[in-house]
Design a binder for this molecule. Structure first.
Ligand code: MN
Length: 285
């Protein structure tokens, strides 16, 4: 099942070329008051929501897919966990260009560990990227994103995929430079998620998905998740050995080679086979 958030925070069921408004399925979510439980309520209750969506599908109003405003499919993650330099060829291109990639950030992922992006950086494809500090190099990074489905605390890689609710595409937008990753990658709009969530049952094995990113139609990144240094189960094991992953938490798995700058006026097209394709506009903040 493919679920999106569109227009006025409506829940959408994505079919071939229409999105059906299944917002009424959100009625199955428990009401909550402050302090809200950690995690994303939709993801925490995904099975119940999916059942209701299936029941109401026939009566749900269809919208042409290309007519809606797509927001990020996850509303309230507690953290965005991200993998630095998790493809060997990206490590090589970073080593080869020390002017762009500060030396202290170019190490093997097993040594660097993981980093966090601020959840306030999350936007959807229709929101677009709003660049800051345009005198510096602002790069695109396409990444496969796993969305965690339930609490994961010290999970082994063998059972890790049981904790995944689904997958989406992520753009880990980045200002190059010497500062900590959490600063350079947490600018508002520097975490694009979309176009929708594909539930995990549609992608039983996330290790053979091709990714492609174009800027203004020109291919910049083209790779396959089979070349991840630490794969999705390994990343879940690694992350959950340090902290508990909550429902809705976003796991960005790292970008392959071919990263490069974007400028106001550009359009990024990001595609992962089996997940979808999204167009993201770039402007100045
Ligand atoms: Mn990245």
């Amino acid at each position: 099942m493919r679920l999106c958030r569109f227009n006025d925070d409506q829940l959408g069921l994505v079919e071939d070329d229409v999105i059906r408004d299944v917002s009424a399925a959100l009625d199955v979510l428990p009401s909550a008051r402050w302090p809200y439980p950690l995690g994303d309520a939709l993801i925490s209750n995904l099975d119940a929501v999916r059942e209701r969506v299936g029941e109401m599908r026939g009566q749900a109003e269809p919208y042409p897919t290309n007519s809606v405003f797509l927001k990020a499919p996850v509303g309230n993650p507690t953290k965005v966990v991200a993998a630095p330099v998790n493809y060997m060829k990206h490590l090589e291109e970073a080593i080869d260009d020390p002017e762009t990639f500060s030396r202290e950030h170019v190490r093997k992922i097993q040594e660097t560990g993981l980093f966090l992006k601020a959840v306030s950086a999350i936007v959807g494809p229709s929101d677009g990227v709003k660049l800051r500090k345009t005198d510096r190099r602002n790069d695109h990074e396409i990444e496969l994103v796993a969305v965690i489905g339930r609490k994961a605390d010290r999970v082994s890689r063998d059972e890790a995929l049981d904790y995944v609710a689904g997958y989406t595409i992520g753009l880990d937008m980045t200002i190059r430079g010497p500062e900590e990753r959490s600063l350079r990658k947490s600018i508002d709009s520097y975490c694009v998620l979309g176009p929708w969530l594909v539930t995990a049952d549609e992608i039983p094995d996330p290790s053979g998905l091709s990714l492609e990113l174009k800027v203004n139609g020109e291919v910049r990144q083209s790779a396959n998740t089979k070349d991840l240094i630490i794969d999705v189960p390994g990343l879940i094991e690694f992350a959950s050995s340090f902290y508990t992953l909550q429902p809705g938490d976003v796991l960005m798995t790292g970008t392959p080679e071919g990263v490069g700058p974007v400028h106001p006026g550009d359009t990024i097209t990001a595609e992962i086979k089996g997940v979808g394709v999204m167009n993201v506009g770039v402007s100045a903040a």
